[in-house]
Design a protein around this ligand. Structure first.
Ligand code: ADP
Ligand code: MG
Length: 638
């Protein structure tokens, strides 16, 4: 077999799989280049979720005519020359592969102009580049990427819907706005402005993304410890979100997802947030470059720290001090007075809506905070190995299935075990436990006619006798279970009746969440919800399944959104089961409600002799007590 060197186009297409897998990664690379070029204004325009067009325009230094010719060459970079430079990377890009990769899988045009020169342009189609030509344009660079993946149909197939891709792009642009508050960004999607920041500082950047109100729910922190600076905004103890899309971490100016830091923050909030609530944070970690390795992965979404314990410890202790309001908090809080002013401003704004002379809650000020609630024992330090292990769960479920070449050896790096062997065992295990459960169920089912009602205890527990066995039934649990079964049966037979709500429920979410929610709409409709899009990133619910008329809509949608980005496949049907369970609970007779003899009989009949029933919350409906146990109680037998 003859060995031949791949043509640059083919080589770049393969390399493109490493860096450019989705429209948002193009946006990320182009914006990073603009930032590296010193731009103070960056505009991102996209059409059809970036599949049709991604155009990034900046006012940075530009690319000189003679360099333009090399812009699409692999490993062309102006940012690194020697391997030693790798240890002190301060620019966002350094590999010199992004432009070459992007150009190889799209129709790309660069137009650039450096100070004091004319503008020039260069186009490329599928990596085959044209001539450098004179052009017209402002100082800076504009790169247009059209028809991404037009020549790699396999890749095109794995893209998400336009709305989802758009949501992810909005997510990445939001992160740039936060990480570079001195740069004015504009994101325009299909001709409409989605985000706009003016380069006037971090608080304004936060407001541009989350709305101005966000500041009054946050602490601004700035801490310097062990040569590490941690600063930014963290939600106060009462402010939480239902998923992790409201968490941003920037290490040395670069957006990263890092398990060490995220567990440190999560653990610091552990005593304050309930299950399925996630803290809000926009945090910056500045670390000497020589102790961070950004060279982990071409996508550079993770970083490796030379010492995780120190990072974990710093983040955990700073954030928990602030939340707990202990004496060190003052050291870390930025201008506690400013926080107080903000809280007051907010109250001022809300005042007209309140009754005159309303009593205001004390403004947030850590110094005047009441004694902190009992704090759980400090979380154990997490080793990096453990942190990595947790990272497994961040890998999208389809990662193993997609037929693109795997990126490096993440499976090995992240310690993902080989699944096949394990699967067989799990399967056997399941089979065995199903059989066992089945057997147990048989034993627990008794002929209802053989049960004799003997009375009740505390107006709650019904007593039945059957030969040498006694059964004590919790009337509430039993009734609840029966109602639940009926509701579920109806739901399964699609006999759900929708019932209009008096006041429609309106929910506005962020673009990424919206894209996710949009995908759930058909399922929700099938379940009996009348739900529609209602303006930008907003849905309106005007009818719900009639059995669930009184459900807590906000909580329900919070739960749906909480499965976003946790990457668990959402099981709406399961969620609904939860809702049915609480509906059943409300409708069922309570402990203490007296039952007529008729009702007692009806209840038993409907239980159909099944003493192994559990209520929808998992508590037993019936307890079995054998005659021998009574005899033991009375020491008749030992
Ligand atoms: P890298 O960013 O890793 O150096 P890229 O392929 O992203 O590699 O870019 C290649 C080179 O093209 C950069 O090193 C830079 O010199 C130049 N370049 C790309 N985009 C811009 C821009 N917007 N403004 C100025 N120069 C740019
Ligand atoms: Mg780059």
């Amino acid at each position: 077999m003859k060995i031949h060197v791949l043509s640059p186009e083919v080589y770049n297409q393969i390399a493109a799989g490493e860096v450019i897998d989705r429209p948002y990664s193009v946006v990320k690379e182009l914006v990073e280049n603009a930032i590296d070029a010193g731009a103070t204004e960056v505009t991102v325009e996209i059409e059809m979720g970036g599949k049709q067009l991604i155009r990034v325009t900046d006012n940075g230094v530009g690319i000189a005519k003679e360099d333009l010719a090399n812009a699409f060459e692999p490993h062309a970079t102006s940012k690194l020359t020697t391997a030693a430079d790798l240890f002190g990377v301060t620019t966002l890009g350094f590999r010199g592969e992004a432009l070459a990769s992007i150009a190889s899988v799209s129709k790309t045009k660069i137009c650039s102009r450096v100070q004091g020169e004319d503008a020039f342009s260069l186009s490329s189609e599928g990596g085959v580049r044209g001539e450098v030509l004179p052009a017209a344009g402002a100082y800076g660079t504009q790169i247009s990427v059209c028809e991404l993946f037009f020549n790699t149909p396999a890749r095109l197939k794995f893209l998400k819907s336009d709305a989802q891709e758009e949501g992810d792009i909005a997510g990445i642009v939001a992160r740039f706005i936060l990480s570079r508050p001195a740069i004015a960004f504009t994101l325009i999607t299909n001709g409409k402005i989605k985000y706009r920041s003016f380069g006037d500082g971090l608080p304004a950047a936060l407001a541009a993304i989350y709305g101005a109100d966000i500041l009054s729910h946050c602490y601004e922190i700035d801490a310097d410890k062990h040569g590490i600076r941690l600063y930014g905004y963290i939600g106060d103890r009462n402010f939480s979100k239902s998923n992790r899309t409201y968490q941003s971490l920037f290490v040395n100016g670069r957006y990263v997802i890092n398990q060490t830091v995220s567990s440190a923050v999560t653990n610091a909030y552990a005593g304050y947030l309930m299950k399925r609530q996630y803290p809000f944070y926009v945090l910056f970690l500045d670390i000497p470059p020589e102790i961070v390795d950004v060279n982990v992965h071409p996508n550079k979404a993770d970083v490796r720290f030379a010492d995780n314990q120190v990072i974990y410890g710093t983040v955990y202790s700073v954030i928990s001090s602030v939340l707990d309001g202990n004496s060190r908090a003052l050291e870390y809080l930025v201008d506690a007075n400013r926080q107080q002013e903000r809280a007051e401003e907010r109250e001022e704004r809300e005042k007209p809506a309140q009754q005159a002379e309303g009593v205001f809650a004390a403004p947030i000020s850590p110094a005047s905070k009441p004694a902190p609630a009992a704090k759980p024992a400090p979380a154990p330090q997490m080793t990096y190995a453990e942190a990595k292990k947790e990272l497994e769960f961040q890998i999208p479920p389809q990662a193993g299935r997609v037929s693109v070449p795997p990126r490096g050896n993440w499976q090995l790096e992240m310690g993902v075990s080989q699944p096949t062997q394990k699967e067989v065992d799990v399967f056997e295990e399941n089979k065995r436990s199903i059989l066992e459960a089945e057997k147990k169920k048989q034993q627990q089912r008794i002929d209802p006619a053989s049960l004799e009602f003997k009375g009740e205890l505390f107006r709650t527990y019904l007593i039945y006798e059957c030969g040498d066995d006694a059964y004590i039934v919790d009337q509430h649990a039993a009734h609840e279970r029966l109602i639940y079964d009926r509701l579920r049966e109806k739901a399964e037979r699609r006999e759900i009746l929708s019932q209009s709500m008096l006041v429609p429920f309106i929910l506005t979410v962020n673009p990424a969440e919206f894209a996710f929610l949009e995908k759930q709409l058909p399922v929700l409709r099938e379940l009996g919800f009348d739900i529609d899009e209602f303006g930008t990133d907003t849905v309106k619910v005007s009818a719900v399944p009639s059995d669930l008329l009184n459900m807590d809509m906000a909580a329900f949608f919070d739960e749906i959104l909480s499965s976003y980005e946790s990457l668990r496949a959402i099981k709406l049907a399961d969620l609904l089961k939860d809702k049915l369970a609480s509906a059943a609970c409300k409708a069922a007779v309570k402990g203490g409600d007296p039952l007529t003899e008729e009702e007692v009989k009806a209840l038993l009949r409907r239980m159909n002799g099944d003493m192994g029933l559990k209520c929808p919350h998992g508590r037993p409906v019936a307890v079995h007590v054998a005659r021998s146990e009574f005899e033991k109680l009375f020491k008749r037998i030992i």
